[in-house]
Ligand binder design. Sequence first.
Ligand code: SF4
Length: 63
Amino acid sequence: MSRKPVLDQSVCIGCETCTRICPEVFHMVSEHLAGIHDPHGASEEKIEEAMDNCPVACINWDD
Ligand code: SF4
């Protein structure tokens, strides 16, 4: 099983970067908050690109 991303919603600022890079995994749950709707919806590489571009680094691997 591939690794699973987790998103700390207490830190997310709702910039929409992760949802633009990887909409298969991330979506906006409200105007200022992102969430994960399918943790295995994209390759680890693509998820990691979203992680690397999150301005507050609130997406991490659950390991
Ligand atoms: Fe939130 Fe980070 Fe996604 Fe921006 S990139 S919406 S701060 S989780």
